[in-house]
Design a protein around this ligand. Sequence first.
Ligand code: HEC
Ligand code: HEC
Length: 239
Amino acid sequence: MASLITRSALVVVALFITACDKPTDSTKQIQEKAVVAREAETPPVIDPQLAAEGQRLYEQNCVFCHQADAIGKPGTAPSLTNKEFLSVASNRFLLGTIQDGRPGTGMPSYAHLGEKNILAIVAYLRDHAVLTDRSAAVDAQPEAHGDPRLGKIWFDQVCLTCHGTNGDGYSAGGTGTAIGKAGFLSKASDGFIRTTIKEGRSNTRMLGFYGAGPETMADLSEREIDDIIAYLRTMPSKN
Ligand code: HEC
Ligand code: HEC
């Protein structure tokens, strides 16, 4: 534990030294205002009957790992009702992940349930949303054009302690998911990854890495975040 704290302190110091293109104070103020504006948006309206059917299926198939209300459990399964997650994950991402599972992780395939039942589970999850579904705009963000060699340096310094070597996730002893495996990378757009790194996921160990604010763990620049995404995109061949 002590060494972990020392390591995080070093990481924070390293980040402040290495980040060179930081946003100015005025951009930070604009970002804070944007966060407030987002919080005020309205969640999608869900058919209550469909959500109730989804809850029944969720409790039969998923609750064992993802827990009651799908709040997740560190090192076992991520939260599926986290507000930032639901606001960036498209129905396509959710459907595809549940159908295919994530090979090489604890997430099984549920293709046998059929698309109709899986969409009921998606409705049940969306029924927990407190923010607007922004997934279309997030997926339309430009692709990351970063330097994977620099990305590896940032990843190893900042992300590896939770997401494991090569992003192997829980199997490497981390509390973060397997972001280096094809199961995740084949479904997630660069915008999904970028927004998650920037904003984090509240009430989980994944804090944001961009800009000021209580939910921020450290301050990476836009370019450093794109370097990390470029590095992640080289991963599936390695594991
Ligand atoms: C203190 C631990 C911690 C650190 C450090 C951390 N993460 Fe995470 N990350 C998590 C956890 C935990 C989750 C999943 C949230 C949950 O369990 O509900 C996550 C989720 C994610 C996701 C979404 C993955 C998915 O399966 O949908 C991405 C992308 C991500 N992190 C990228 C990063 C990157 C890149 C870094 C380094 C800049 C990083 N994280 C640093 C703990 C961490
Ligand atoms: C045996 C445990 C287990 C069961 C049962 C399970 N999951 Fe998972 N699930 C996981 C794990 C572990 C992950 C993270 C895998 C990784 O490291 O990428 C995950 C990831 C996910 C993700 C991606 C979340 C993210 O942050 O990107 C979704 C969506 C999901 N599960 C939905 C479901 C649904 C719906 C069910 C039931 C039909 C279900 N899971 C059943 C263990 C499980």
